[in-house]
Design a protein around this ligand. Structure first.
Ligand code: NAG
Ligand code: NAG
Length: 193
């Protein structure tokens, strides 16, 4: 039984590590322009070229939160809005500059790790703004945007811990939690014109 489980997990690990897929669409300049323009549609394009699936970074994190942050941007004050914009631009630019979109094939696992690393880098590079934005309704509205299961994601928790350490005074995870006053955050999407 024990051996059997070891074998199964070995196979699963090997399987997941070799999740390499070929580009299914040609490089599309319009899509690259979306990325440079910080348009969330870039992630859709990316996924069309490399369909890693909904459990991987591009859809599960990149596209989902890009779209969501943009929809609810007006829930945040000036600093919060600036932080969201800076982080979004940082993410798409970094994905393009590291040439992930233009590769011929991609390892979905590695892309996942790269996504997590880039998120961390983008938050750390905007740590001043993060510390300034971490107050009032921003906290609550930010918290509300994040899916419950994602709030417990270890890489996100670690990223938030690291950024919090750069603030004066240092901010712990409990300082980033919602105070429960969700009435400051509208929960239906804003219509952006
Ligand atoms: C490039 O992507 C855009 C947006 O998805 C699409 O409208 C266009 O047809 C694509 N062009 C090519 C050559 O595939
Ligand atoms: C963060 O800043 C460093 C130093 O300025 C730079 O080398 C790096 O590329 C930046 N990272 C991102 C993701 O913008």
């Amino acid at each position: 039984m024990m051996y059997c489980m070891l074998f199964v997990s070995f196979v699963l690990i090997n399987f997941s590590q070799s999740h390499i897929i070929q580009a299914t669409k040609s490089i599309n300049q319009t899509c690259l322009n979306f990325g440079h323009a910080n348009d969330c549609y870039f992630y859709k394009c990316f996924e069309e070229r490399f369909p890693c699936g909904s459990t991987y970074w591009i859809l599960k994190w990149g596209e989902k939160y890009c779209t969501r942050m943009q929809k609810f941007l007006l829930n945040f004050d000036k600093n919060g809005q600036e932080l969201i914009k800076k982080i979004s631009i940082c993410l798409t630019n970094k994905l393009i500059n590291l040439r992930y979109y233009t590769m011929n094939k991609i390892n979905c696992e590695k892309l996942q790790l790269a996504g997590q690393r880039i998120v961390r880098e983008c938050y750390m590079n905007n740590s001043n703004l993060f510390c300034k934005a971490l107050q009032g309704k921003n906290r609550n509205c930010f918290f509300e945007l994040i899916d419950n299961e994602d709030r417990h994601d270890l890489t996100i928790v670690r990223t938030l811990l690291s950024v919090g350490q750069t603030c004066t005074p240092k901010q712990k995870l409990t300082d980033m939690r919602s105070t429960g006053k969700m009435n400051q955050c509208i929960s239906s999407p804003m219509l952006l014109t």
